[in-house]
Design a protein around this ligand. Structure first.
Ligand code: ADP
Length: 416
């Protein structure tokens, strides 16, 4: 990460990043002049009888409080109080903007947007495409605007980075009129992570972003792969929803769509039951009962056959996407692992790329096992294709995009 030698004093430099879920709000207050996290926190179980606020000031211990957070307004007020107690009040003139994570931007939003009534209406119109996420994001935005009316607010969309996919990658091969009538196409998700990680990979390699082709493997509880050519996304594994693609913690990823028909016609499942099965009871959890890769590895090492199969199905899918995106890109400079599994599970990284020396892909076993929180290479020094581990930082990406949009210029430093 490059830190600026001088900090401009003409603008306020703090950005509050909010990620509002239906019953939780995650937040970070970031100082864009240097990149310090001034505070991070999580309000959870909003609307339930006992809610929790965990607030961690920069360099301090977490403060955990049980509160009655009846709604998002109560939660954001409690967050503001915690920040004020740390002399980081949101009424400070140093607060530059609030950046909101919004899951679905549809085809309308190909870039972040300063929020006004028109933008809110557009996000509302996208609710049918993300019925669980966009309403929660909207609630967070509306509440934050009401509480901080003088502060510019920006929506940063999970889908936007993928909007550059060529039409042939974004289209499903279904009847065009039906697809268009219902906005059925591949949108992709985790875009802020893929954007951040592909840029950080170019920086790690010391190459211009415009001349770097990267396969990004975001392996968290949700998981997605992307093919990024010169900083531009050309394909990604998630589609209309985050269900498509890789095997995930609880989601199936790719399957024959006729599985849905079969479950309905033959097994008598309702649509909601199928939704529950594929989104919450499939993936690693469906295969072996656990969705935590640490536990799966422990069980596999003890000889548990279900855990072994879950590991193999997971890794096989990752490998297939690496091969597919190698072909899509033609020339690959780096394969980069990120998110909880990608950053921590050396066994997954090693297994996913084993036997691919013919493609120039090699993992150095010693480098792969070295524990580190930093962006690093795990391929041998003379490898044709770099294999990297880059910790993702979606909050920093949202803060950076927010800052740039509000001030129409580069952030005072370049996050790596
Ligand atoms: P989310 O999609 O919820 O943001 P994360 O990126 O935090 O997910 O990833 C969470 C997952 O990362 C866990 O479910 C677990 O499988 C995996 N994980 C976290 N730490 C480790 C570790 N040390 N070794 C292996 N897997 C890990």
């Amino acid at each position: 990460m490059t830190v600026p030698s001088s900090v401009p004093d003409r603008h306020p430099t703090r950005v509050l990043v909010l990620n509002s879920g239906s019953s939780s709000v995650k937040y970070q207050l970031i100082d864009m002049a240097g990149g310090a996290r001034l505070a991070t926190g999580l309000a959870e179980r909003i609307g339930e009888s006992a809610s929790w606020l965990t607030h961690t000031p920069d360099g301090g211990e977490p403060r955990v409080r049980q509160l009655a957070l009846t709604d998002h307004e109560a939660a954001l007020k409690a967050v503001a109080e915690e920040l004020s107690a740390d002399r980081l009040g949101l009424d400070s003139p140093r607060l530059a903007a609030i950046g909101h994570r919004v899951v679905h931007g549809g085809q309308r939003f190909t870039a972040p947007a300063v929020i006004d009534e028109e933008v809110l209406a557009q996000i509302e119109r996208l609710v049918p495409l993300a019925p669980l996420h966009n309403p929660a994001n909207l609630t967070g935005i509306r509440t934050a605007r009401a509480l901080n009316p003088g502060v510019p607010q920006v929506a940063v969309f999970d889908t936007a980075f993928h909007s550059t996919m060529p039409e042939y990658a974004a289209r499903y091969a279904v009847d065009v009129a039906t697809a268009d009538a219902h906005r059925i196409r591949r949108y992709g998700f985790h875009g802020t992570s893929h954007a951040y990680v592909s840029r950080a990979t170019a920086e790690l390699l010391g190459r211009p972003l415009e001349d770097t082709n990267t396969i990004v493997l975001h392996l968290g509880n949700g998981a997605s792969a992307s093919a990024v050519a010169g900083g531009v996304c050309v394909d990604t594994s998630m589609g209309l929803t985050p269900l498509e693609g890789l095997v995930m913690g609880t989601r199936s990823g790719d399957l024959d769509p006729a599985v849905v028909l079969h479950l309905s016609r033959v097994a008598g499942y309702s649509i909601d039951e199928i939704d529950d099965l594929l989104n919450r009871r499939s993936g690693l959890v469906g295969l072996c009962g656990d969705n935590d890769m640490r536990e799966i590895r422990r069980r596999r090492d003890e000889g548990d056959p279900a855990a072994r199969l879950a590991f193999e199905v997971y890794v096989h899918r990752v490998r297939k996407y690496v091969g597919a995106y190698y072909a899509v890109l033609g020339r690959v400079d780096a394969v980069t692992f990120t998110a909880g599994v990608g950053e921590n599970a050396a066994a997954v990284r090693g297994a996913a790329l084993s036997g691919l020396e013919g493609l120039g892909l090699e993992v150095d076993p010693v480098r792969n096992e070295e524990p580190s929180r930093r962006a690093r290479l795990i391929s041998p020094p003379d490898a044709r294709v770099a294999v990297a581990v880059v910790p993702t930082d979606e909050e920093m990406e949202i803060a950076t995009q927010t800052y740039r949009l509000v001030f129409d210029e580069s952030a005072p430093f370049e996050p790596g």
